[in-house]
Design a protein around this ligand. Structure first.
Ligand SMILES: Cc1cc2nc3c(=O)[nH]c(=O)nc-3n(C[C@H](O)[C@H](O)[C@H](O)COP(=O)(O)OP(=O)(O)OC[C@H]3O[C@@H](n4cnc5c(N)ncnc54)[C@H](O)[C@@H]3O)c2cc1C
Length: 469
């Protein structure tokens, strides 16, 4: 993607200069304008070019976020929320400059209500911090994107990950939130009741809005009980299609699998070398079951039979925590392992999601496309949701390689949409997927634009993202 292809956002030099002066005075050392820190707060995870903000503020309270937004609103300056910067589609870039609002100092856990299975946190708390805090309560927060992302960032991207197949995504797990809107006012979108029919669902409007409507300053999240028993293992298959068919059968039979992750042969090679795993270099499913001792044993046995019927196996599974941890660490390190397949290159990580019945077909066509286009591009997927990722490894200094990767991604997105799926199951639109939104949602994009205009008439909240110019 050339910089010129990204949504342009005009710089407001005068406004930016005014806001830099105001925030320096208000925040002192907690407002930084050095080149290194500004570029760390722009997009850093893929080949999409870095577009740095003009300054980075580190607020500690909702009121301080309000002060920043009000200063930006008064001078029509972009304001871009920042969690830990692990998003993959240029979400945190500042195409028109402006102020990055780093939420890392808003990292307090405000309440845990074990009896109600919920908690309230500030947006800078990371999912690993929260789970460490919860350990002694017997509860955990299940949403698990590979990165140790902030909960504010996860809500803003409607993230999910390996165990969404059992526990849902951020859409199902945020009960309510408080956000500072573009005019500097705060809104709290709900109470702690497990369900509500009270008016428009503002929680779900803000979840997935990628910082384009407001800055989340607290979130109330659903929690789960830590299961009595967990078992899991790895099962090899003769082909990617066979592995997908086993996933489809597992889901259609209603086995309450907690994780079922697809890894193709190339990805398996990378993971074997990087994480020292002793499994065949063939397509594999990484599977995990949660429940009682008897329940997980039964689920594992049933899955083993399904695998065998689809030509897979042997399915080796264990309940030993250390062995499981090693497997899932390897799965979470898949991104870093892939980069070793072509040293010196960068990855373009793309994700699509299709109805489960179309998964095998979509993955098979995609693998054939990778071979035909001569790409080095391993596949991994949260296959139980029909969601999979391709990491295209490319030399970012070679325009031909970039063009080829973009062509591949475009074909993949259009294939998923044609199969009644989506161009992004969990990474979001950011800058990288703007071109596909209308293909997927048609007039829905105009409705989104009306909402954006009503709530952010000056277009200061993370401009240049989600909606086509
Ligand atoms: C190795 C790797 C593996 C990954 N695997 C997965 C995966 O399995 N599943 C998945 O869903 N994602 C995955 N991701 C993507 C990424 O981790 C998620 O998108 C994550 O939710 C981003 O959180 P963050 O804290 O890094 O947000 P950031 O990158 O800092 O921000 C992301 C977006 O959210 C907005 N934002 C941040 N904080 C707030 C706030 N408080 N209020 C309003 N808007 C805000 C930003 O403006 C930006 O638009 C992966 C990324 C990497 C690098």
């Amino acid at each position: 993607m050339a910089l010129s292809d990204l949504n342009p956002v005009e710089r407001n030099e005068e406004g930016i200069a005014a806001v830099l002066g105001i925030l320096k005075q208000q925040f002192g050392e907690r407002f930084q304008t050095g080149a290194a820190i500004r570029s760390q707060h722009a997009h850093t995870t893929t080949y999409i070019p870095t577009q740095a903000p003009d300054g980075v503020a580190f607020p500690e309270t909702t009121e301080e976020v309000q002060e920043i937004v009000r200063a930006c609103a008064a001078h029509r300056v972009p304001v871009i929320a920042f969690g830990v910067g692990s998003s993959l589609e240029g979400h945190t870039n500042a195409p028109g400059g402006g102020i990055s609002v780093d939420t890392s100092r808003m990292n307090r856990i405000l309440a845990v209500n074990p009896q109600d299975l919920d908690c309230t946190v500030e947006p800078g708390v990371t999912r690993e911090d929260l789970n460490r805090h919860l350990r002694d309560t017997g509860l955990f927060f299940p949403i698990d994107p590979g990165a140790n992302a902030s909960l504010g960032g996860m809500a803003a991207t409607r993230a999910s990950g390996t165990n969404a197949v059992r526990y849902g995504t951020m859409r199902e797990n945020v009960l309510s939130l408080t956000a500072v809107m573009a005019d500097g006012e705060t809104v709290t979108t709900g109470k702690r009741a497990k369900k509500s029919s009270a008016g428009y669902d503002l929680t779900r409007l803000l979840v997935g809005s990628e910082g384009t409507l407001g800055i989340i300053t607290s979130l109330t999240l659903r929690l789960q009980g830590i299961p009595q028993a967990i078992s899991g293992g790895v099962c090899p298959f003769p082909s990617l299609e066979a592995a997908c068919n086993a996933v489809i059968a597992t889901i259609q039979m209603g086995i309450p699998v907690a994780r079922i992750e697809l890894v193709n042969a190339l990805q398996m090679r990378a993971m074997k070398n990087y994480s020292k795993l002793d499994y065949p270099e063939s397509p594999c499913l990484f599977v995990e079951f949660h429940g009682s001792d008897a329940g997980v044993a039964e689920q594992a046995e049933t899955f083993g039979m399904i695998a065998e019927e689809n030509g897979g196996g042997p399915f080796l599974w264990t309940s030993v925590a250390e062995e499981r941890t090693k497997l899932w660490k390897a799965r979470h390190d898949a991104y870093w392992a892939s980069l070793t397949l072509r040293p010196g290159t960068k990855g373009l990580s793309t994700d699509v999601c299709v109805p489960i019945s179309r998964l095998a077909e979509c993955v098979a066509e995609t693998e054939a496309d990778i071979a035909e286009m001569g790409l080095v591009a391993p596949i991994v997927g949260h296959a139980g949701d029909g969601n999979f990722h391709v990491l295209v490894l490319m030399d970012v200094n070679d325009p031909k390689e970039i063009a080829l990767a973009e062509k591949f991604v475009s074909r993949l997105n259009m294939r998923a949409i044609a199969m009644d799926g989506t161009c992004t199951g969990e990474h979001g639109i950011g800058q990288g997927k703007i071109g596909f939104l209308r293909h997927e949602l048609g007039h829905g994009v105009d409705i989104m634009r009306s909402i954006k205009k009503a709530l952010d008439p000056q277009d200061i909240m993370n401009p240049g993202k989600i909606l086509p110019a």
